[in-house]
Design a protein around this ligand. Sequence first.
Ligand code: SAM
Length: 464
Amino acid sequence: MLVFLEISNLILQKILPVDFIESLHGLEGFREDDFLRAHATGIPPVSIRLNPFKDWEGKEKLKDAERIPWCEDGFYLAERPSFTSDPVFHAGGYYVQEASSMFLHQVLTQLGAGEPEKIAIDLCAAPGGKSTLLQSLLHSTSLLLSNEVIKTRVGVLQENILKWGFGNGIVTQSDPSRYGDAGPFADYLIVDAPCSGSGLFRKDEDAISQWSLNQVDHCSLRQKRILEQSLPALKPGGYLVYSTCSFSKKENEEIGNWLARDQGLEPVRINITANWNIVETHSEGCFGYRFYPDKLKGEGFFMAAFKKEGMGSPLFFKGKKKIGLTSPKTISEIQDFVSNADGYSLYSYAGKEVTFPSRYLSFLEWALGMFFVKQAGTVIGEMKQGELIPHHALAMSWQLHSHFPKINLNRENALQYLRRQNFELDATPGWKLLTYNHLPLGWAKVLPNRVNNYYPKEWRILNM
Ligand code: SAM
């Protein structure tokens, strides 16, 4: 056994950078032999988070899988299936997410994020793992702003958010400083910061070759800058949740110490259960939560929570950009498509009809002047010659009228649809909602001689 460990250590010292291992010495919870063994022989678990807004035949069966103890919708899968060939995955039935990062569910639940009328910002949001988790947790009277500053990453964020089907969201592509300039308006600020990525070494070998002590320093400076620039957006009494997928103290506890010391935030302790094997760290009065792959079923991760001192007061938003409500004539033309959801308004924007929570319409008008807004609420579709061309977002949303005509596809046809291939349907002409296991997949228009496939071209399955 000893010999085995010696050998695996030697092998790993070559694979994992020596200065990386050395930089972890002395960290709370770090046990070098166990850590190296987990990196040499451990297999990263596969985990998914179910969408609480969606139901389908077979969902209950998935719940027989092993639960992730800190997230009620999270499950480990015994093996990795082909997600690409599962229509339920494309329909937003679940999100494939690393188990440790689902700890956000636990933290936010304890910080009251499920209570009514909260505004949350997910500042570094792409590809959308934390945003879809937030959407599952937030109350139907709350609002989520999901932001991604890197242009090429906004598309995947929009896709994942749209498929999750929550209507109370705004997606922006703005620099964190724009959020700070907006002043205090958020009850929760989630900063899942860009980092050196050492927590994902078991899954991503490129991260190993890119890692260096200089990179850690660089990430730490960037993390401080992002936090400093965006913190003014947090209301007094609001909570910051900071996380990374790095093991480095400079990107974790040292950032926490700086938040408490230089930014005046109050550290918040989270209740954890001993058998979860999460390591609570204590540094200059701050609490941090470390995930080591040798202690639990998950990859390396760090999270810490802080409170901004003071009491929030009611906010009023006034924007220059006025939103035009949808005309009564159009409303009557689309009433077969949309459910009459209390608390939502229909408005017309950039040629599209959109639903958005009525209580946040003036907020949206303000946000349109403040941020680069890419998407807001649920797009219902576009009116063309008195006819609604329904948008994919409506098919993915609970706001779709429950009586809309549906056609349930078998797996083969569902995959043909998702590849945007042609197939036949025995149905009367008109718009149809296609479903798989009774879960909406998207739109098709049945014509007398063919079926037009309206699955979004950019999301079609390519390699299968
Ligand atoms: N929260 C995401 C999730 O759960 O799916 C993962 C976020 S990833 C760890 C960090 C994100 O920060 C990336 O999408 C990256 O593009 C973005 N980012 C990179 N540089 C940034 C900066 N200077 N300011 C804000 N965000 C940045």
